[in-house]
Design a protein. Structure first.
Length: 634
């Protein structure tokens, strides 16, 4: 293992053990508690995949289910398009990169980058219309070059289950708001289900250096989840994604099994009297030239890899931001031994408290500056910055191998939208937030645009009390929680969607589908001014990540090009699933002989030719109808 990438202490990994795993036939070692992504970063693996359209090298970009780049196949013939950020590391794990031929380091189709002027947005519709009889030849080549992953060719040996559940209050999200809501509702006597897609309770509390009740955030979350699990009226489901919100408060969950258990996934259909959405927010990047290079990462992700996994994503870092939260990244990286070259802030001022902490660490702050481009070939080598109001041609060079970017936070409103809820653009937070709910739904925390640890805890408690009261339970006032404010909780966000007059080079809006800012502008020039038309014409937000890090930037660029406010543009339609769900979980146990069970009458004759009667079989619980059993010669 590359020890230079590991911090000397800290993190929630077990440094006494070691786990062996393979990536593209090369063997590496990680630690218990790692994910595949953190283990790859710890071993110095910066390139993990290739982009769809131009086959450009891509590295790990985020730390959660919003990951657009690090898509891998697990096993020789296993599940494709698995996000490395969501795969807990187990001994003997085998993972393979995707979308490259013949190897990740040398991809023949990388030559498509040189043909970029011919591969503008919508080129499929413009190029392959003639001659019609040649379409079969076109299709063969297109399918070879494009696409994400390859489907398995052998039968899936794993078992899947379907299950049904009912509860008074279903809480989606196990961060500070979700934990606070679940505790208040459970103490009121409600039957509570608490679900989260992560294997660890606490959400971002595991990734921050926060304190609550004189304990670290992760310790507080562990104590809360232990208390909730001890209650008879609470069910906690970790590694369980709420991927669909349907009519009459029906929520679909995809549960991954615990290590060592039988089966692969369980699909739950849960009907709840009240649903609390505490799904948090997703950090968004900024659009500038070279923003897809390996080494460019979301600021929150760079901070999280240090705090949760004890992994430095680089040795020399530059932080580019328009809000205060990225200042915490600069502090945590510096304290972990990373050289922070500078904090580049497009605003005139930040929170005085975080500025003072940065200055105490002797980290330069470049106020009213923007990042022009990132450069370096196969991975990040340096960035160029200039004053925001200065001439476009005058910039300075900063040498680095890690660029941590934060252009604000986008509330994860996907389930709210699936339920029929209405959303609106909020100027104060520069994000799309929920407005009206159409079902028995409560929202709490960052999903409402209420950022900050103290506000999330208070908001969660209020949502838990309101949900329990609506479900018919009397609630006591929420208990007071002593808490300390995280540095960078306060402060305004200066909207920055794309760097104006950026340097020459590709500036990507959607990293997974290779959609650039120029593609969005071209689509607008060609008359595709509706957000839904823009989405289909450019494929913006149509990948497996469903535009989690790209949608709002694309909408803002479209609004700017049309000269209209972002609020008037609207949003694309969020449809289930929130994250990809394997078809095996959807089918469940109704496969093979149970796919189309046969019912035979008692008078039916056996096919053996001896005239014996067929004895009816006992009902199978998971089958739709009774299955018949052959006679004595079965």
């Amino acid at each position: 293992m590359t020890r230079r990438r590991r911090t000397g202490s800290g993190g929630q990994v077990d440094r006494r053990g070691a786990i062996s795993f393979c990536f593209d036939k090369r063997r590496y070692q990680g630690l218990p508690g790692d994910t595949l992504a953190s283990a790859l970063l710890a071993n110095g693996v910066t390139v993990v995949g290739r982009s769809v359209k131009y086959h450009r090298k891509r590295g790990i970009f985020s730390i959660g289910s919003e990951e657009p780049n690090a898509l891998v196949r697990i096993g020789n013939d296993g599940q494709p398009n698995t996000r490395a950020t969501m795969v807990p590391l187990i001994d003997g794990l085998e993972a393979w990169s995707q979308n490259r031929w013949p190897t990740l380091g040398f991809d023949v189709f990388a030559m498509l980058g040189a043909l970029a002027p011919l591969l503008s947005t919508g080129f499929y519709y413009k190029t392959f219309m003639w001659p019609r009889r040649a379409w079969k030849a076109y299709e063969h080549v297109i399918r070879k070059v494009a696409g994400l992953g390859e489907p398995p060719v052998r039968a899936d040996p794993d078992a899947y289950e379907h299950a049904f559940g009912h509860c008074d209050v279903l809480v989606v999200g196990c961060g500070p708001a979700g934990l606070s809501a679940a505790r208040v509702a459970a103490d009121a006597g409600a039957d509570v289900w608490l679900v989260d897609e992560s294997p660890w309770a606490g959400g971002w509390l595991n990734r921050e250096r926060a304190t609550i009740d004189s304990r670290t955030g992760s310790e507080w979350a562990a104590a809360e989840i232990a208390y909730l699990e001890s209650l008879a009226n609470v069910r906690v489901l970790l590694q369980t994604t709420a991927f669909g919100y349907y009519d009459h408060n029906l929520v679909a969950l995809a549960q991954l099994p615990a290590a060592g258990s039988a089966g692969r996934q369980r699909l739950w259909r849960v009907r709840a009297s009240r649903v609390i959405l505490a799904t948090g927010a997703i950090e968004r990047p900024c659009v500038f030239a070279g923003n897809d290079l390996p080494g460019v990462m979301l600021a929150g992700a760079a901070r999280a890899y240090v705090n949760q996994f004890g992994v430095r994503a680089g040795h020399r870092a530059v932080v580019f931001t328009n809000n205060d939260s990225a200042y915490r990244t600069a502090m945590d990286l510096h304290d972990a031994g990373v050289t922070v070259v500078a904090v580049v802030d497009c605003r005139t001022a930040a929170d005085p408290g975080v500025e003072e902490e940065i200055r105490q660490r002797k980290i330069p702050i470049l106020k009213e500056h923007v990042l022009v481009c990132a450069a370096g070939g196969s991975r990040l080598r340096h960035v160029r910055v200039r004053p925001a109001a200065g001439p476009a041609g005058r910039s300075s060079r900063l040498k680095c191998d890690l660029l941590a970017v934060s252009a604000g936070w986008s509330p994860a409103i996907h389930l709210h939208a699936q339920s029929g809820g209405v959303s609106t653009y909020d100027e104060a937070t520069a994000s799309v937030i929920p407005a009206d709910s159409r079902q028995a739904t409560h929202l709490a925390g960052a999903v409402c645009g209420r950022f900050g640890l103290a506000r999330c805890l208070d908001d969660g408690a209020r949502a838990g009390a309101a949900a329990a009261a609506k479900a018919g339970f009397s609630c006591q006032p929420p208990r007071a929680v002593a808490r300390s404010r995280l540095p960078g909780d306060a402060g305004e966000v200066a909207p920055l969607w794309a760097v104006p007059d950026s340097a020459s080079g590709k500036a990507f809006v959607d990293l997974q589908n290779d959609v650039t800012g120029g593609d969005v502008e071209q689509a607008c020039l060609e008359g595709y001014e509706s957000v839904e038309h823009l989405k289909r014409y450019t494929t913006l937000g149509m990948g497996t990540d469903q535009g989690k890090t790209s949608n709002i930037n694309g909408l803002a660029i479209l609004a700017g090009r049309r000269g209209r406010p972002i609020a008037s543009i609207g949003t694309t339609t969020f449809r289930p699933p929130y994250t990809p769900v394997t078809m095996g979980a959807v089918a469940g146990p109704e496969v093979r002989e149970r796919l189309e069970p046969v019912r035979r009458s008692p008078t039916a004759r056996c096919a053996c030719g001896t005239g014996c009667r067929i004895r009816p079989q006992r009902p199978v619980a998971s089958a739709r109808v009774l299955s018949g059993r052959r006679g004595k010669h079965a």
